[in-house]
Design a protein around this ligand. Structure first.
Ligand SMILES: C[S@@+](CC[C@H](N)C(=O)[O-])C[C@H]1O[C@@H](n2cnc3c(N)ncnc32)[C@H](O)[C@@H]1O
Length: 652
């Protein structure tokens, strides 16, 4: 009798693709033997071809597409499972138990694969700023055979899979191909992570924009290209490369599906930086009439009473204390609506001119129109000028560190422009070339400005800093250390500024809830899986190897590690709240009330099972070795059937 075992590996997308084809063309399904002689599902490709014969093109035919050596291998790689996981690191995290933000150290290809199930269709915005392939960039590449020359240019340590960080110079015969392969295998996975209303923006310059554009057209569909937006990065002109100075880069922006509206507010006269129950707005014109004919006697029927949301009755007094009038009469539809809905106007308390008082008061309430209507306003332009320049990115980082720890930070304003394209403000943003974490900084700033609830996932390779750099000398040995420290410092600064702003509120202005601002983050690091080989290949277990294998879990792996891998394996998100409880002497993890309950202790008995069943969890995970014997295991299953029949039990 065995309970179903968790697979503890990333999904096999080839298998998923086969299942999709089987749904559409069941008659092309067949069976074949794998290398061990076991039967497995396969596709009769000749039959599939025949059923599509009109539109098929084979390898000899010319066709319109972007190709490079290594493209097929990249796609295969993107679809093949890996046996890696994430290990949490509480010491380096901020507010681990309460934050919804995540920072992951590791190669982003592996991380994207690890996140594949948990974040499938759940990420609304992705911003990335990959190496531009300028001839000086370091590219992380798999252990496919490299030429001797390229080998000599390798830097950094070879990781446990033989993957390498190497300097891609244009003497590399595969200069574009290596870069394209690196981007392709990542972008292919990324598309699956985006929600249907998701958007991705990629920073790039003219070294690779043509190749990247074609690649993204292929992955997302050219009908889903929202913009190729030039961004003015160096207003006085950048470095001269061709005899002409190039002072701009690009944002290539794609939808997952074209069916979403992006924000269309005219931001040039101000952002929708205020919020009420109906959503975001900005204050526009005063309702008070000014200028030549602005006294009560000029429009007597435009002198009437309005009420603030707090019920204060307000008449249109001018700042000189004279009776004035509103810009609209009471019979106007706009005012009729305002009289019914107390939040219709934005109200501010303004002083009268020096020494002037009306009814013994020195101030008067002034209503402003609220602008939130998107249809009437003009859309944003794709010409991105004044959204921060490179120099602003550098200045922002310098202000936090009192030195220049990273060479190519993007300005937060540019990233804020992108994040603002979505009308919503409660979603997950992913940046898997995080660098100095400008995206996390921009996101926290935007949340502080509009009370939003955007959450970030940053991914950064453990790339070493140059020993001669200021960062290295200041103790930051990797770019990830700089990125994490920036979030800590920026978060603290943003929160302090928000609290200061709340203390300095003008009368009538509402405070922003600073306790809601999430400036924490959970740190995770990629690592080999927690399970020993025998977990995946029990057939290899024989009498000789048995004594060392009483546990199928690697030494040194903690319950926190196991929980993280189980969460990922079950497709749950990393930022769910986790409660840790001692029940009958065992440590029990309760993930999001009852989404998952896990206990990795060794003595699972009835008492604890009854307590767990009481929680009516959707899923329960134990260690297979946690049961004393088969009898116990069966009894546990029976007990759940009786006490909480919906619960799915699995084991490690
Ligand atoms: C151009 S920088 C990004 C800068 C960032 N936008 C900022 O404003 O600070 C690219 C970053 O991607 C990182 N990187 C390169 N290859 C990576 C990989 N395979 N996985 C994760 N990060 C990688 C590099 O270490 C570098 O920090």
């Amino acid at each position: 009798m065995t309970l179903p075992q968790l697979k503890m590996q990333t999904p096999d997308l080839i298998q998923k693709n086969i299942e999709q084809i089987a749904k559409l063309f069941p008659f092309v399904m067949t069976e074949t033997k794998d290398e061990k002689g076991n039967l497995k599902k396969a596709i009769d490709f000749d039959l599939l071809k025949q059923s599509l014969s009109d539109v098929l093109t084979d390898d000899q035919n010319e066709r319109y597409r972007l190709d490079w050596p290594g493209k097929k291998a990249s796609l295969l790689k993107a679809n093949t499972p890996i046996f890696k996981t994430l290990r949490p690191c509480r010491q380096e995290s901020v507010n681990f138990d309460t934050t919804e933000n995540v920072y992951i150290e590791g190669d982003n290809f592996e991380v994207l694969k690890i996140l594949q199930e948990s974040y499938l269709g759940k990420i609304k915005m992705i911003y990335i700023d990959p190496p531009y392939n300028t001839g000086k960039d370091f590219i992380y590449k798999d252990n496919f055979k490299v030429s001797k020359e390229a080998y000599e240019q390798e830097i950094g340590a070879v990781d446990e899979d033989g993957a390498k960080l190497f300097k891609n110079t244009d003497s590399n015969g595969r200069f574009h191909s290596d870069w394209l392969s690196m981007m392709y295998e990542r972008v292919v996975i990324t598309r699956d992570l985006l929600s249907d209303d998701g958007l991705i923006a990629i920073s790039i310059d003219d070294t690779e924009i043509y190749q990247l554009g074609k690649l993204l057209d292929e992955v997302f569909g050219d009908n889903n290209r929202l913009a190729c937006a030039p961004w003015l990065s160096e207003p006085s002109g950048g470095k001269e490369k061709t005899g002409l100075r190039t002072g701009h880069e690009y944002l290539l922006i794609y939808f997952k599906n074209t069916s979403i509206n992006i924000t269309q507010e005219e931001r040039s006269t101000g952002e929708l930086n205020l919020k009420d129950k109906l959503g975001r707005y900005r204050k526009e014109r005063e309702l008070m009439k000014w200028g030549g004919t602005s006294l009560r006697e000029d429009r007597p029927n435009q002198f009437y009473q309005l009420k603030t949301p707090e019920g204060i009755e307000v008449l249109p007094y001018r700042n000189d204390g004279k009776e004035g009038h509103w810009r609209w009469g009471k019979s106007n539809d706009f005012i009729k609506e305002a009289l019914e809905y107390p939040d219709f106007f934005h109200w501010e308390l303004r002083p009268f001119d020096d020494g002037v008082r009306v009814n013994n008061k020195m101030e008067r309430w002034v209503p402003y129109e609220k602008i939130r209507d998107k249809k009437k306003s003009v859309g944003w332009s794709t010409w991105l000028d004044k959204y921060g320049y490179n120099a602003d990115g550098t200045r922002e980082l310098k202000e936090l560190f009192n030195m220049k720890p990273f060479d190519t930070p993007k300005p937060t304003q540019l990233i804020k422009w992108f994040l603002n394209l979505h009308t919503d403000d409660d979603f997950i943003v992913l940046d898997f070339f995080a660098g100095s974490s400008a995206t996390a900084h921009a996101l926290m700033q935007l949340n502080a400005e509009d009370n939003g609830n955007r959450k970030f996932i940053m991914v950064q390779l453990l790339e070493k800093t140059d020993e001669k750099s200021e960062a290295y000398k200041a103790g930051y040995k990797t770019i990830a250390e700089i990125g994490k420290e920036r979030i800590r410092r920026a978060g603290k600064k943003i929160k302090e500024e928000l609290e200061e702003k709340n203390r300095q509120l003008k009368i009538g202005e509402k405070p922003t809830d600073s306790s809601k601002l999430d400036i924490g983050f959970r740190v995770y690091k990629t690592a080999s899986g927690n399970m020993k080989d025998v977990y995946y290949h029990p057939e290899k277990l024989d009498q000789k190897t048995l004594p060392g294998l009483e546990s199928n879990i690697k030494e040194g792996r903690t319950p926190d590690d196991l929980l993280t891998q189980v969460i990922l394996d079950l497709g749950l998100e990393l930022n769910l709240p986790v409660e840790q409880k001692e029940i009958c002497g065992n440590t029990v993890f309760i993930v999001q009330t009852n989404a998952l309950v896990a206990c990795f202790d060794d003595k699972i008995n009835f008492e604890i099972v009854d307590h767990i069943a009481d929680l009516k969890p959707f899923k329960v995970v134990f260690k297979d070795a946690g049961f004393a014997d088969d009898k116990d295991r069966i009894n546990v299953e029976e007990r759940f059937k009786r006490l909480s029949p919906e619960t799915v039990i699995t084991v490690l």
